[in-house]
Ligand binder design. Sequence first.
Ligand SMILES: NC(=O)c1ccc[n+]([C@@H]2O[C@H](COP(=O)([O-])OP(=O)(O)OC[C@H]3O[C@@H](n4cnc5c(N)ncnc54)[C@H](O)[C@@H]3O)[C@@H](O)[C@H]2O)c1
Length: 248
Amino acid sequence: MGRVEGKVALITGGASGLGAEDARLLAREGARVVITDVQDELGRQVAAEIPGALYLNHDVRDERRWGEVIAETLKAFGRLDILVNNAGLVRFASVEEMSYADYKIQVDVMLDGTFLGCKAAIPHMTKGGGGSIINMGSVGGMKGISAIPAYAGAKGGIIAMTRSIAVHCQEQGYKIRVNSIAPGAIETPMTAQALAELPDDDAGLDQVQDQGMGKPIDIANAVLFLASEDGRHITGANIVVDNGETAH
Ligand SMILES: NC(=O)c1ccc[n+]([C@@H]2O[C@H](COP(=O)([O-])OP(=O)(O)OC[C@H]3O[C@@H](n4cnc5c(N)ncnc54)[C@H](O)[C@@H]3O)[C@@H](O)[C@H]2O)c1
């Protein structure tokens, strides 16, 4: 028996990096997975490697599309137990240099996208008897890194919003646990972009030098833990997976 046997998981931003690894691990542990993303070719490739997985094009900023994605998930697999709000992107510039457009796209995709995902999923999870929502935060939302003001705002917002939604679900008597994960630096295309774009002496890169980079499986293991019965007494929490970066 896998640790999420028989459950259905929807993972946004699942075409790459952490989302793709979450999908692979949840599937290995018995879940049927739906991967959504805006990178269709990559998303289809990831889904093709996972037996029974479904890929759907889905911009997480699109509220109407959220309704369709949930409906297609229910049509394919009959239920929704696990939602991983993982889609994200980062643009580097200080508050003085960042355009409002670059600020806005990060907040729209990550903070608004996570809100829309929770809003769309909760009514269906309640019908299925409960579930687990995992929102991807970041240590970037917990400390001051000058190159990522919008990313920090979105991720700090996700961590705070997660607590609010978790308490709401408890107050309503829904058996839905809602948690966030705050990764430190993990080897993915996103961090490869950071290493390529940021100057060598950028303070934001200190974490990479000091703590070393984690692997996507380090985050997928935390996702699996929260998604499975092992995490049954945990809601409203922010699980930090950063090899001690924020402990210093
Ligand atoms: N890699 C790290 O070190 C790290 C650290 C902390 C937090 N995170 C968070 O983990 C998540 C995954 O990051 P990653 O490192 O795997 O990056 P990644 O770039 O490899 O993957 C992110 C995915 O999100 C998708 N995406 C972007 N905009 C989207 C939209 N509007 N709608 C749907 N999908 C969209 C991208 O196409 C991509 O496939 C992000 O939320 C990121 O902020 C990553």
